[in-house]
Design a binder for this molecule. Structure first.
Ligand SMILES: Cc1ncc(C[n+]2csc(CCOP(=O)(O)OP(=O)(O)O)c2C)c(N)n1
Length: 285
């Protein structure tokens, strides 16, 4: 998925893409299925772990009419209520106070208190060094390129959060593996593969065949999403306010766009090309 979407981004077909880190999958495996997740932007692995389909992920990245977020977010800013995955906010660290609010809501809900917890992901850009102990927060530092070590750390962190109702900071020491970098011994995927092979649970043949089938599945989903229409242009103006409460400036902007498309929509080539990509071709405005 990362390899293909990086290339798609470099071809200018999507505006933005961020790679993922293996520590995400190790931590996702340690969470309960109903734990609320607030990510930074590298947490697609949590969604994959929870069963989100490649088609759904592609629809979001390519902003198609099938996207649950109606194509309004930048690529990788996923949001999926049925996977308890809160929509990513672009400004760094905003997920932290949001996560505290979600945790408080869980604490207030007798059915969820002591059952579910919140996992909030952030990079070092969203915090200050030494912050966990400085705030009196239990802190675990773990090798973030070792999925099993992350799994153990997050299992314990989750246990404390749920049983003792307190926050825990897990510092996963990791770095992004470039998408063509395959020869690095610290590559978390290599390490996991070697571990599985040593246990006799996995082989090079299975690895190659899985890689080939996954590549095919991702490419098929990409090609399908590329052909899908984008959501209708009306969506630019709906859902934030009710129809009766739509502010005058939005009404005015909608009319301006409608008039522009009426006047130049067929005459001007860039408008013509772009209009064709949207459901309703802008006629719904
Ligand atoms: C408040 C805010 N400032 C700046 C940015 C631009 N920005 C996006 S990602 C990023 C770097 C974040 O670094 P880190 O938290 O270490 O995560 P990484 O991408 O390295 O995993 C910056 C500065 C932003 N999104 N929000």
């Amino acid at each position: 998925m990362d390899n293909i979407l990086y290339n798609v981004q470099r071809q200018g077909k999507i505006s933005f893409y961020h790679g993922e880190e293996a520590s995400i999958v190790g931590s996702a495996a340690a969470l309960g299925p109903n734990d609320e997740v607030l990510g930074q932007y590298r947490e697609m692995g949590v969604l994959v772990w929870r069963g989100c389909s490649i088609d759904e992920l592609m629809a979001q990245c390519l902003s198609t009419e099938r996207d649950a977020g109606k194509g309004r977010q930048m690529p990788v800013h996923f949001g999926a209520p049925r996977f308890h995955f809160h929509t990513i906010s672009s400004p760094l660290a905003t997920q932290l106070p949001q996560a505290a609010g979600v945790a408080y809501a869980i604490k207030r809900d007798p059915a969820r208190r002591g059952v579910d917890c919140v996992a909030c992901y952030f990079g070092e850009g969203g915090w200050d060094s030494g912050k966990g102990p400085g705030y009196g927060i239990d802190t675990i530092r773990v090798d973030g390129n070792d999925a099993l070590a992350v799994f153990s750390a997050v299992t314990e962190a989750r246990r404390r959060a749920v049983a003792e109702s307190k926050p825990v900071l897990v510092e996963a020491m990791t770095y992004r593996v470039g998408h063509h970098s395959t020869s690095d011994d610290n590559n978390p995927l290599h390490r996991m593969r070697k571990f599985l092979e040593l246990q006799g649970w996995w082989s090079l043949e299975e690895e190659d065949s899985l890689k080939a089938s996954q590549k095919k599945a991702v490419l098929t989903a990409f090609q399908k999403a590329e052909k899908d229409l984008k959501p209708s242009l009306t969506g630019l103006f709906t859902d934030v306010y009710s129809d009766e409460d739509t502010p005058w400036n939005l009404v005015e902007q909608r009319k301006e766009l409608r008039d522009l498309l009426k006047k130049y929509g067929d005459a001007w080539e860039p408008y013509r090309t772009e209009r064709a990509k949207f459901k309703g071709h802008g006629n719904d405005l």
